[in-house]
Design a protein. Structure first.
Length: 259
């Protein structure tokens, strides 16, 4: 009896292995069928893009320009198209700031575009946006009325920060900053809305701006048209460069102020 039970055991093990194989084959077939279905649906939906809709307030960019750029970089169908890559390509166009692309069923793209807003000139023909970024280095058209900022390459953020700080201090005094230049040596010149140029030098620039507002503004404010520049680079004082005029008038103004 003991030997008979041992002879039947291999048959039982063979039967169990065959059941496992059949189950594995059934699972594999099911997975293959699901994969084939997914691929079929993907191919069915990944049809060529047929329509492109572009929205946004356009001043420097037009919809046909965006459509042409999209068609030139349309690598993929409705599903397989890489929208992030396409957005990055469009953002490289001049005057384009932000782009949002979404799929529009069944075979279209909807593109929302935001243009750059120039906030200041940079050098002779560059333009800075509202974030202080140089978005065009050589613009054929520079909008009028923008403040003039300049500095060595790579100093855009530094110049913008100082410009904003100077404006926030001087605006309550009734003055605006219309120009700010940093030369290669690190010296600063600032032009105010009354036409006066402030020479600030390389050191303690913010302190000198405040000192101008506290001490010099009252002297210059009576007749800013007579002042060519104010030199704030002195440790304990300043110098005023007057425009060409009668020296007696200058002396009379200073005497009246000191009295």
């Amino acid at each position: 009896m003991h030997n008979r039970r041992n002879r039947k055991r291999p048959q039982q093990e063979a039967l169990i292995d065959w059941v496992a194989i059949r189950r594995f084959a059934l699972a594999g077939g099911t997975l293959l069928a699901i994969t084939a279905s997914v691929i079929f649906v993907f191919l069915l939906l990944d049809r060529p893009v047929a329509t492109i809709q572009v929205d946004g307030p356009f001043a420097r960019v037009n919809a046909s320009q965006i459509e042409a750029e999209v068609l030139a970089n349309l690598h993929g169908g409705f599903i397989s198209l890489d929208l992030d890559s396409l957005s990055a390509t469009i953002r490289r166009l001049p005057w384009v700031d932000r782009v949002r692309i979404r799929r529009q069923w069944p075979n279209g793209l909807h593109i929302t575009l935001l243009e750059q807003r120039p906030a200041a000139r940079w050098g002779e023909s560059g333009l800075l946006n509202v974030r202080g970024e140089l978005f065009i280095a050589d613009s054929r058209h520079v909008p009028a009325g923008l403040p003039f900022l300049a500095g060595p390459p790579g100093t855009e953020a530094e110049v913008v920060d100082r410009f904003l700080a100077a404006r926030s201090y001087l605006l309550p005094h009734g003055l605006d900053v219309v120009g700010l230049v940093r030369d290669p040596r690190g010296a600063w010149d600032m032009t105010l809305s009354n036409g006066v140029v402030i020479r600030l030098g390389r050191h303690r620039v913010d302190q000198r701006i405040r000192r101008y507002g506290d001490l010099v503004l009252e002297i210059v404010g009576a007749d800013p048209g007579s002042v060519e520049y104010v030199d704030m680079r002195y440790s304990n004082g300043f110098a005023i460069g007057w425009r060409k005029q009668d020296e007696a008038a200058v002396a009379a103004r200073l005497t009246a102020h000191s009295g």
